[in-house]
Design a protein around this ligand. Structure first.
Ligand code: PGA
Length: 285
């Protein structure tokens, strides 16, 4: 793995406020025990909770201070995660955003609101939003530009349907989606982004793509647009502790976008650890 690995947890529409904070704490506990073997982590970790939980998760991550909510009290006799030796910084992402800063866009969340919460990453163009919310390539491209203008790193999701996969159209489909997302950006700006390849038929189904096939699609993504050569490309779609390392050993896979397994602290931590180890193996070679 040539580039510093990145593992992103997409919690989707899961987690009340209290559940989200407890999940974050459990993750931090996992990462503290991992820190014993990972004093110098070579991996970036992002979690993307639902909008309603962002503020409280941000506070739990020490990114911002917000007013009290009704949560199980912290055990003040317990040392903070930092005092207990958490070396791995967990950053905050959002699952989407609107392309306007404010205004008459009922129900939407703006990049300015995300910035205020300590959010630094935003998933754009997830296939569930393309399918259920009608997000088009053009709308996604606009959001990518706006996110960058607000110092949010876009994680642009691309992927083919089962029918496109069976028809041998995976490469063409994702290359077209990638080119569209970055259409109006110069090379230096494209280099600030992340792309996540998520075959739609592999999302939440338990049937993940063959790692070598995924790698060949991801090489096509990398070669499709100037500026993507140094960019981190994530694989997503039923990534689990059992299969993560097989993806991370591929030349063009630099991490994972994880859905279901990101809701299980042990599983997510195991995937993060696999990415850290794969990155270090490359560094040594
Ligand atoms: P999954 O979801 O890991 O549950 O397949 C991935 C995603 O949708 O980002």
């Amino acid at each position: 793995m040539k580039r510093r690995p990145l593992v992103v947890g997409n919690w989707k529409m899961n987690g009340t406020l209290a559940e989200s904070v407890l999940l974050t704490r459990s993750l931090q506990t996992q990462f503290v025990s991992m820190s014993a073997t990972t004093l110098h982590p070579w991996v970036d970790v992002v979690i993307a909770p639902p909008f309603t939980a962002l503020a409280c998760v941000a506070e739990q991550l020490n990114l911002i201070q917000v007013t009290d909510v009704h949560l199980p009290p912290r055990n003040t006799a317990t040392k903070s995660f930092e005092q207990r030796g958490l070396h791995l910084r967990v950053e905050l992402g959002a699952q989407t955003m609107d392309s306007h800063e404010s205004g008459a866009y009922t129900g939407e969340i703006s990049p300015v609101m995300l910035q205020e919460l300590g959010v630094r990453w935003v998933i754009l163009g997830h296939s569930e939003r393309r399918a259920h919310c009608g997000e088009t390539d053009a709308a996604i491209a606009q959001k990518v530009r706006v996110a960058l203008a607000h110092n949010l790193t876009p994680i642009v999701a691309v992927g083919e349907t089962a029918a496109q996969h069976q028809a041998g159209l995976a490469h063409d489909t994702v290359v077209a989606q990638t080119r569209a997302a970055f259409a109006e950006l110069d090379t230096e700006t494209v280099a600030r982004c992340i792309v996540a390849y998520e075959p739609i038929w592999a999302i939440g189904t338990g049937s993940s793509d063959d790692p070598e096939h995924a790698n060949s699609v991801m090489r096509a993504i990398r070669e499709s647009t100037p500026g993507l050569d140094g960019v981190r490309l994530l694989y997503g779609g039923s990534v689990k502790p059992e299969n993560a390392a097989t993806y991370f050993s591929q030349t063009d896979i630099d991490g994972a976008l994880v859905g279901g397994a990101s809701l299980q602290p042990e599983s997510f931590a195991a995937i993060v650890q696999a990415a850290d180890e794969a990155g270090k193996v490359y560094q040594r070679s």
